[in-house]
Design a protein around this ligand. Structure first.
Ligand SMILES: *Cc1c(COP(=O)(O)O)cnc(C)c1O
Length: 382
């Protein structure tokens, strides 16, 4: 058994990030400034998108996306019942109501037919999540959006490197939100990005991300001399700092290399787990690229252990795991606030009860990967 605990989702950080962070500290310019601007530009180039705003988290990005798209109190936004809570909370922060739709299996992304059933005269947007790195069925969702005049806001927290029919993220929905939380495919410790092709939305996002100050206020972070600003909206404090961008610049440069490493780990897992009483992640859909954010297996009725016992067994063998996620409508807050019940979204519930994610960080050594495989096999050998 391995001696040290294998932390789930520990990121791969290189010397370049460390040197850049030190350089930023020594420069005296720690807040939003030239490195944040450069990070936005390079991120926009990587994805081939027009407008990028770096922010403090994906949750902030989602909130700003709602506001830029004009989501208001009384509106409804359709959200998959299987996602992280912040996807739905951003809708609530905008004063609107998240309306859950079930997911499709085995893909685990929002089911477009269930989404269509949930559309009412108050529906303004659909918020697909490219779940675990697998793109949602954007062709079907785009036709729904066109038919019912809805905005598509992508939660791409798992999906920076995801591609769909030749398109990069940021070129699928109308606004796209990314996360650079520590466990994500690239990290700025905490951080996020909002991208959109629409100039007026991008302007609104920039203003609201920084207290509602007029756009030129960003220019006061420069050596060009003091500029007066006007507050034009009651905005938020959602800006990214140069300290965070120092991580982001180098994490971005290593994004493809790290994806290749996770693809290799994924393949090793899938070969090693064949024949075990586990449901393995489905192969990527044709003409898509999967960002390999999470390798989630599901226990089956044939598994000798239920999900929690398997997690516990792995923990005792020094392997950290995660659950992505418990179905959202089963959490106390959404049940009490919106009247959801067990049985409302059978596919999301089935995944929520049986799923566990194994370590997949690009930081894992071949030895770590083998330890995970040995531990899973030992737990299931009953
Ligand atoms: C991590 C995550 C978020 C929130 O990202 P933060 O940057 O931590 O705010 C939102 N949606 C999904 C699907 C996530 O996994």
């Amino acid at each position: 058994m391995r001696k040290e605990f294998l932390v789930f989702g520990s990121p791969a950080i290189g010397n370049e990030e460390i040197d850049e962070v030190l350089d930023t500290i020594r420069s005296g310019w720690l807040g939003t400034g030239p490195k944040t601007m450069r990070f936005e530009q390079e991120f926009a180039e990587y994805l081939n998108v027009k407008h990028c705003t770096a922010v403090s988290s994906c949750t902030a990005a989602l909130h700003l996306a709602m506001l830029a798209a004009g989501i208001r109190p009384g509106d409804e936004v359709i959200v998959p019942a299987m996602t992280f809570c912040s996807t739905a909370n951003a809708v609530i922060h905008a004063g609107a109501k998240p309306v859950f739709a079930d997911i499709e299996l085995p893909a685990m992304t929002i089911d477009p037919s269930d989404a269509e059933r949930k559309i009412t005269p108050r529906t303004r947007a659909i918020l697909p999540v490219h779940f675990h790195g697998r793109p949602a069925d954007m062709a079907a969702l785009r036709s729904l959006a066109v038919k019912h005049t809805l905005v598509l806001i992508d939660d791409a927290a798992h999906a920076i490197e995801t591609r769909y029919r030749g398109k990069t993220m940021g070129n699928l929905g109308d606004i796209t939100c990314f996360s650079f939380y520590v466990t994500k495919n690239m990290t700025t410790v905490e951080g996020g990005m909002v991208t959109t092709g629409r100039g007026e939305w991008a302007d609104r996002i920039k203003i609201l991300a920084l207290h509602g100050m007029s756009k030129d206020a960003w220019a006061r972070f420069s050596d060009k001399g003091y500029k007066h600003y006007q507050v034009v909206a009651a905005g938020f404090k959602y800006n990214m700092t140069d300290l965070q961008a120092s991580f982001g610049l180098h994490q971005l440069h290593r994004l493809e290399q790290n994806l290749a490493r996770r693809e290799a780990i994924w393949k090793t897992y899938t070969e090693a787990f064949k024949g075990l009483p586990l449901l393995l992640p489905p192969d990527p859909a044709p003409d898509t690229r999967h960002a390999r954010h999470l390798y989630a297996v599901r226990v089956t009725p044939e598994s000798p252990l239920d999900r929690d016992d398997l997690m516990d067994g792995l923990y005792k063998r020094n392997i950290g795991t995660g659950v992505h996620y418990t179905a959202l409508h089963l959490h106390q807050y959404y049940r009490e606030s919106f009247g959801y019940n067990k049985g409302d979204f059978p596919n999301a519930e089935a995944v929520g009860a049986t799923t566990l994610s194994l370590p997949l960080s690009a930081k894992l050594t071949d030895g770590d990967v083998q330890d995970v495989i040995d531990a899973v096999k030992a737990c299931l050998a009953h």
